[in-house]
Write a protein that binds this ligand. Structure first.
Ligand code: GLV
Ligand code: MN
Ligand code: MN
Length: 408
């Protein structure tokens, strides 16, 4: 079986041109023009490979290579195409275009799988637009209700239902029936440094850390930066700054390297150098492989928030956007990946995923596991994200081998 690494790299490069940020950065937000162009590109590639395409009501895209026994539950692979602001070109995209390359390699090798093989491109794995990650896979797994279509809004007030107008049908139609897939495998860059440091080219993921995210709005009292006396200030941004530090302290307080907390977004209103901030908006991201420990961090943050509000005389409103359990990968799929690494003679390492992925939700409805390949210096969510053609090709080859085994 031959993996065409050159073609994969060319396609990743072409996909990176569908971006709202200048190269080498990639910004591709769900349901924007660049997202639409990227989706059209994928569908062209899939049609050229003879795959049968379906899109659901939220734009999750399914491209099927029909197997010898089409009535059997299919084996699926895939990831996402959207990219956070100022991102790189491999996060998610490798799992989609690499999945397609795996299918094309199996076709070229004259394989004829018993089960259908299906490539998935999930809508909005990134939380950029609607504040919640894994939008498409949450709906596929039934973890998000159909009312989310009206409830979820972007920062301009556009609802998810308005934004997905290109796709017909109600959101409740997205949910997969139990047993729909025989197995799901997601190929992804590691987004951390462990494989590279160990000099190992393949990571088989056995569990995915539990993510939570919060939206926090702080209302204080604004005014003239020269005239409002310091002892009388109720500065919303300073309350937000204290809260961000409280997030760091809460995450560090567990003493575990697996607990992480980030205040990755902070907006200050009205945003003028000579104006005391009257409002501050923050988005917080807290994760841990241990759900109970993650929840204790959430409680610490809530307590800190009450104390800051009382001391600084501001109002703090917190909305928990999601607080998901971790995922345990399915032994059947983990072992298929391990067996493929061994059959091809490549060392691998079992590991957890600290990042979340659509697999977190697919694991609720299908036996699921992930395969990681190294990325340079562990860098991700940055324009200098990089995975070598050799590492990617190795991952695609293991993926193809595992998909063939799972589909046989
Ligand atoms: C996904 O991109 C994540 O933030 O883990
Ligand atoms: Mn990402
Ligand atoms: Mn990703």
């Amino acid at each position: 079986m031959k993996i065409d690494a050159g073609r994969l790299c060319r396609e990743l490069d072409e996909l990176a041109t569908f971006s709202d940020a200048p190269a080498p950065a990639v910004t591709r937000v769900v349901f924007t023009e660049q997202d639409r162009l990227a989706r059209d590109y994928l569908k062209r590639l899939c049609r050229a490979a003879g795959l049968v395409i379906r899109e659901d009501a939220v734009g999750n895209t399914f491209a099927r290579w029909v197997g010898r026994e089409p009535e059997l539950p299919a084996v699926a692979t895939g990831s996402h195409f959207d990219a956070i602001p100022n991102a790189g070109r491999y996060d998610g995209t490798l799992g989609v275009l690499g999945g397609l390359e795996a299918i094309r390699a199996l076709q070229a090798a004259g394989k004829s799988p018993r089960r259908s093989l299906e490539l998935l491109m999930f809508t909005s794995e990134e939380p950029t637009r609607f504040g919640i990650g894994c939008l498409g896979s949450r709906l596929l797994s039934g973890s998000l209700d159909a009312e989310a279509g009206e409830r979820l809004r972007d920062r301009e007030g556009v609802t998810l239902n308005q934004a997905r107008a290109d796709y017909a049908g109600g959101l409740s139609s997205v949910k997969l029936t139990p047993g729909h897939y025989h197995a799901f495998v997601e190929l992804h860059i590691e987004q951390g440094p462990l494989l590279e440091r160990a000099g190992i080219g393949l990571g088989v993921v056995t569990a995915i850390a539990a993510p939570a995210s919060l939206r926090v709005t702080i209302d204080g009292v604004g005014g003239h930066a020269g005239a409002v006396l310091m002892p009388e200030r109720r500065d919303a941004f300073l309350a937000g700054a204290e809260l961000a530090l409280a997030v760091e302290a809460a995450a560090l307080s567990t003493g575990s390297i697996d607990t992480v907390g980030t205040a990755g977004l902070c907006q200050v209103f009205p945003g003028a150098v000579n104006s005391v901030p009257s409002r501050c908006y923050l988005e917080l991201d807290i994760r841990d492989i241990d759900e109970a420990r993650r929840d204790r961090v959430l409680v610490s943050i809530a307590t800190a928030s009450e104390q800051i509000a009382a001391r600084r005389q501001v109002a703090i409103r917190t909305e928990v956007i999601n607080a998901d359990p971790p995922a345990r990968c399915a032994p059947m799929v983990v072992e298929a990946l391990v067996a493929s690494c061994e059959a091809l003679g490549w060392p691998h390492q079992r590991m957890i995923s600290r990042a979340y992925h659509d697999s977190l939700f697919l694991s609720l409805v299908a036996p699921t596991a992930m395969l990681f390949v190294p990325c340079r210096d562990g860098v991700s969510h940055r324009p200098d994200e990089y995975a070598s053609p050799e590492d990617m090709a190795r991952g695609v080859r293991v993926l193809a081998h595992a998909l063939a085994a799972l589909a046989s």
